[in-house]
Design a protein around this ligand. Structure first.
Ligand code: WTA
Length: 658
């Protein structure tokens, strides 16, 4: 189970390039030099409660101060900043407007067909108040869960902030998920309302979001959902159900801009966000008010080293945690100008990203390694046509970045002038955990470098013993941190078992493990090696192999399916499915196409298998467990190494090899 791929280790060991922050960069940074970083690490280690308590008082507004910093008396269920009352929307909007930042641009939005909107903090504040009142008018109360199924338009951020303002937790569902996947999430969370749009523009096409919502709700299949608020975006013809559906443009503009923020308890839920694990259906990761707010705020400030007039752009979608923490909450809580972009680079517009950087003079750019690898492949002549000199800092997230892509990013996009922050984190961690601080930590291509102050990360073996330098193991976190997930929605046992009891306690203390393997080098730098569980990472999108298997098996031709990831130069991993058919069903190219389409329909196009291979039987142990290790090797065309003695029927392997 532990990652020990010798080829990966070799690549890492050969990497000796180190890039130190320049003296001028250090002078301009908020956290100046490695000594200041080390002082922070020391302060957080020697008295964590004091460290986080001071940060929370300094960085957030409190209607009522908290009485205790951390209650860890019932691990892994943490309570942070208890007794305190705050409001995340207030921290993102009201306090900036009150401090005279009303005319500063909060959101620059670049629409897919090329339109631009600039929304100031004052305007965003007023619009969020109107949306909040509209939500109340359609029956949403404090504590009600509101689902969002939106394209990348400013209304998505407004809706999130409006939910936060009135104390209704949100559950954003990525607009690329299918109506089936949406329905599962609506029912699991018992959402009271859905906020959507008539459609969205994606890659020269229109996606019919409203139709998907109608399909998810058809015939009372989501009984908790009482209302649907619809933003007009594409002007596509959509059905409208009076009494359930409301147009945003009819109901929001008529509202008052007076909407006092709810005084929320620190541990009130801010949002639920579904993510894939190695077992069962996607889990609703629960984040709460103050701890999450502090984590998104602080990590954004530290890692992106924000300065007063920075224009910052993260290319994620608000449907993922990266969009939550680093398009909406982190930047706005810091009063930064954040860019939202509706499009994605595509063959008809390969320079799209560089055009946005040039046009809006972006200073800080945060994207995924998969995008960088795709740009690298189409050559530097495309970015070279654009003026990218506004850039000061570059970031990556979502998957390991290979040193070649890191160097290309640095040289071609950053003109050898911009530090790169490779940020490791997860939906569950709320914000970044391991990353360089640009004015303090020297970087190495392919390494996320060092944990942030207050994060005690380590690499251990299955017994919980730290592994030596340059050896692979499980990446763990040994102490609670403010932005940690609080539970799995509706299933606290799953939270405990999947994350905190997967590995044995260390010195009697539970440790957090969420599926990644890593190693540390002689300097203590972390090198993330990818998932060691049955989760695959396709273009930075996290998918559970079991979800795709369930989708395949739900087709009546399929008896059994096993899904594995296969290394892919561009996407990181591609999806390979081994399928055995019900007796009497014949394999054919047509069936391959049908099954691929079926997975798209069940989950969404991101989960569509790249390759489907038919087999009479799957390799299993005598106790009936599918031996994925063998399938992974077969999918990648590698030789099957290691012990195959537990295989129930060795003929299966021979058949699969054929
Ligand atoms: C992977 C995305 C290597 C990792 C923020 C993790 C990374 C999963 C990095 C979480 C990185 C994220 N280097 N791997 N810098 N960042 N990952 O929940 O496998 O969508 O467990 O959160 O992405 O994916 P999630």
């Amino acid at each position: 189970m532990c990652p020990d791929s010798s080829s990966q280790i070799e690549t890492v060991l050969q990497e000796e390039r180190v890039f130190k922050p320049s003296p001028s960069a250090i002078a301009k940074s908020n956290i100046k030099g490695i000594e200041q970083y080390q002082q922070m690490v020391e302060a957080a280690k020697s008295d964590p409660e004091n460290f986080w308590g001071e940060a929370a008082l300094k960085e957030l507004h409190w209607f009522k101060p908290f009485q205790s910093v951390l209650d860890w008396s019932n691990p892994p269920f943490a309570k942070w900043f208890e007794g305190g009352k705050t409001n995340v929307a207030y921290n993102c909007l009201d306090r900036h407007v009150k401090q005279g930042l009303g005319n500063k641009v909060a959101i620059i939005w670049e629409g897919e067909p090329g339109e631009v909107r600039r929304i100031t903090y004052q305007e965003l504040f007023e619009e969020v108040c109107r949306v909040s009142n509209a939500l109340k008018e359609i029956g949403i109360r404090k504590g009600d869960l509101v689902a969002l199924y939106m394209p990348m338009v400013p209304e998505a951020a407004m809706a999130m902030l409006a939910c936060a303002r009135i104390g209704a937790p949100h559950s954003v569902v990525f607009g690329g998920f299918s109506s089936e996947a949406l329905r599962d999430r609506l029912n699991d969370g018992e959402a009271k309302a859905v906020i959507t749009a008539d459609g969205g523009f994606r890659k020269d096409k229109i996606v019919s979001l409203k139709n998907a919502v109608d399909a998810a709700l058809v015939d009372g299949s989501c009984p908790s959902v009482k209302s649907v608020l619809v933003v007009r975006r594409t002007c596509a013809d959509v059905s409208f159900f009076p009494g359930r559906d409301y147009w945003w443009h009819e109901i929001v503009p008529i509202q008052s801009i007076e909407c006092p923020p709810e005084h929320m308890d620190s541990e009130d839920r801010l949002f639920v966000l579904y993510t894939s694990g190695s077992t069962g259906k996607p889990k609703g990761v629960v984040h709460t008010t103050s701890g999450y707010n502090l984590w998104a705020h602080l990590t954004f400030k530290w890692i992106f080293d924000v300065q007063k007039d920075d224009v910052y752009w993260c290319t994620a979608d608000v449907g993922w945690i990266t969009g939550h923490s680093y398009i909406v909450y982190g930047p706005l809580s810091n009063g930064t100008t954040t860019v939202m972009y509706e499009g994605v680079p595509r063959p008809s517009n390969p320079g799209a990203f560089w055009d946005v950087i040039q046009k809006h003079k972006i200073n800080i750019f945060y994207t995924a390694p998969t995008a960088i690898r795709a740009f690298m492949k189409s050559g530097r002549s495309i970015p070279d046509k654009y003026d990218l000199t506004s850039l000061r800092l570059l970031g990556t997230v979502g998957e390991p970045i290979n040193p070649e892509a890191w160097m290309w990013y640095r040289e071609v996009i950053g003109a050898n002038n911009c530090p790169i922050v490779d940020t490791w984190w997860q939906t569950e961690t709320g914000g970044v955990m391991i990353s360089p601080l640009p004015g303090a930590v020297a970087t190495k291509p392919g390494s996320a470098t060092l944990p942030l102050p207050g994060i005690e990360a380590d690499v251990v073996n299955a017994d919980g013993d730290p592994v030596g330098a340059n050896q692979g193991g499980y990446l763990i976190v040994k102490r609670p941190w403010p932005g940690m997930m609080r539970t799995v929605h509706g299933n606290s046992q799953r939270f405990r078992e999947s994350y905190w009891e997967y590995l044995k306690p260390i010195n009697g203390n539970l440790v957090y493990f969420a599926g990644d393997g890593a190693r540390r080098d002689d300097d203590g730098y972390f090198w993330i090696m990818g998932r060691v569980d049955d989760v695959i990472n396709v273009s930075g999108h996290r998918l559970g192999t079991m979800e795709i298997e369930s989708a395949l098996v739900s087709h009546d031709s399929v008896a059994e399916a096993a899904v594995v990831g296969k290394p892919d130069d561009l996407k990181g991993e591609s999806v390979v499915a081994f399928v055995s058919l019900e007796s009497g069903k014949e394999s054919s190219d047509e069936l391959v196409a049908i099954l691929k389409e079926h997975v798209s329909k069940e989950i969404g196009a991101i989960a569509r298998p790249d390759d489907i291979r038919f087999t009479n039987a799957l390799p299993k142990t005598r106790s009936g467990k599918i031996m994925r290790r063998l399938l992974r090797a077969l999918a990648s065309g590698e030789e099957v190494k290691g012990d195959t003695s537990t295989l129930e029927d060795r003929n299966v392997l021979d058949e699969l090899r054929k």
